[in-house]
Design a protein around this ligand. Structure first.
Ligand code: FPP
Length: 276
C-alpha cells in the first residue's frame, strides 16, 4: 500500500482515493467481470476484437494495483463456458491475446511475487494456450504474494458439478462412498478456488446487472460494485474507487450490527408479541 502511494502524484485524485483506503480493511479477494470490450470497439467503428485487445492493458493495471494494495486473491473472468458460442475468429483471437498477455506479463508477475492459477475447464483450451498457461502457472508456483486466478472456460454451475463429481470420485477411491455426505465446507473444498477466501468484492464493468454464471457459490456474501465504465476504459482510479466504496458498505452476513442487535433485545413483548 505504502509503495503504491509513493508512485502516485501527491494531492492528485488517485493519491487522495488511495489515501482514503483503510489498509486494515481491504477485501481479501476481489473478483472482476470484465465486460464491455465489444461495445467499446463498436463505439469507435472497430471490430469487436479490437476491444479485447484494448482490454489487456486494464488487466495489467488491475493485477498490479491489487498486488500492490495487498489483496490476497484476484479472480478475472476471461472466458466463460458460454463464450464458445461467439464467432470462431473472435474465440481464436481471445486465445491469441491470452498467450500474448501471458508472455508479456510473466516478468511482472515474478516482480510482484504473484502466483498465477487458472480456474475452469482448461483441459478444453487449444493446446498452445494450454501450454503457455501451464508454463506460467509452473514458473510462478513458488511466488508467495497475490493469487491471480484467470477464469478460463469457466462456468459457476460447471464448477459446482465438477466439485460434486470430484468429491464422489475421492470418496470412491477411499472406499467411503456409502458414507458420503456433503457440507458447505466439503463442497467449498472441492471447488476450483479451494483454500482461497471467498470474494468480498465483485466488480462488473459496463453497467450490466448480471452475475453471468460467475463464482455462483463463492459470491454468496460478496459486495457488488457495478460501474458504467467499459472494461477497456477501466483505470487504476476505478479500482481504487471500488475498494473505497466497498469499505463504506455495512456487511452484516445476514445478521445485524452489534448496536442494532442490542436495541432489538427484549423488544418483542413491547410490540405485543408474547413470549412462547
Ligand atoms: C466481455 O466483453 C469480455 C470478454 C468475453 C473477454 C475478456 C477478455 C479480455 C479483457 C482481454 C484479454 C484478457 C486476458 C486475461 C488476457 P464483451 O465482448 O462481452 O463486450 P460486450 O458486452 O460489449 O459485447
Amino acid at each position: 500500500m505504502r509503495d503504491l502511494l509513493e508512485d502516485l502524484k501527491p494531492g492528485g485524485q488517485e493519491w487522495r482515493t488511495a489515501e482514503a483506503i483503510d489498509p486494515a480493511r481491504l477485501p481479501a479477494h476481489i473478483a472482476i467481470i470484465m465486460d464491455g470490450n465489444g461495445r467499446w470497439a463498436r463505439m469507435r467503428g472497430l471490430p469487436r476484437v479490437a476491444g479485447h485487445k484494448a482490454g489487456i492493458e486494464p488487466v495489467r493495471v488491475a493485477v498490479e494495483t491489487c498486488a500492490r494494495l495487498g489483496i490476497e486473491s484476484l479472480t478475472l473472468y476471461a472466458f466463460s463456458v458460454e463464450n464458445w458460442k461467439r464467432p470462431r475468429a473472435e474465440v481464436e483471437t481471445l486465445w491469441r491475446l491470452l498467450r500474448i498477455y501471458l508472455k508479456l506479463e510473466m516478468p511482472r508477475l515474478m516482480r510482484h511475487n504473484i502466483r498465477l492459477g487458472a480456474i475452469g475447464r482448461v483441459e478444453s483450451l487449444p493446446p498452445e494456450a494450454r501450454r503457455e498457461l501451464a508454463l506460467v502457472i509452473d514458473q510462478t508456483a513458488g511466488n508467495k504474494g497475490m493469487r491471480l486466478n484467470l477464469a478460463i472456460n469457466y462456468g459457476g454451475r460447471a464448477e459446482i458439478v465438477d466439485a460434486v463429481n470430484r468429491a464422489i470420485a475421492a470418496a470412491r477411491s477411499d472406499g467411503t462412498l456409502d458414507q458420503l455426505q456433503f457440507t458447505e465446507q466439503s463442497v467449498s473444498a472441492h471447488l476450483y478456488t479451494a483454500g482461497q477466501p471467498d470474494p468480498d468484492l465483485l466488480i462488473r464493468t459496463s453497467g450490466e446487472m448480471r452475475i453471468s454464471n460467475f463464482l455462483l457459490w463463492q459470491i454468496a456474501y460478496a459486495e457488488l460494485y457495478v460501474t458504467e465504465t467499459l472494461w477497456p476504459d477501466f483505470k487504476r482510479l476505478d479500482l481504487l474507487n471500488a475498494v473505497l466504496e466497498y469499505q463504506k458498505r455495512d456487511r452484516r452476513f445476514g445478521g445485524l450490527t452489534k448496536a442494532a442487535s442490542e436495541e432489538e433485545e427484549n423488544v418483542a413483548e413491547t410490540i405485543g408479541v408474547p413470549s412462547a
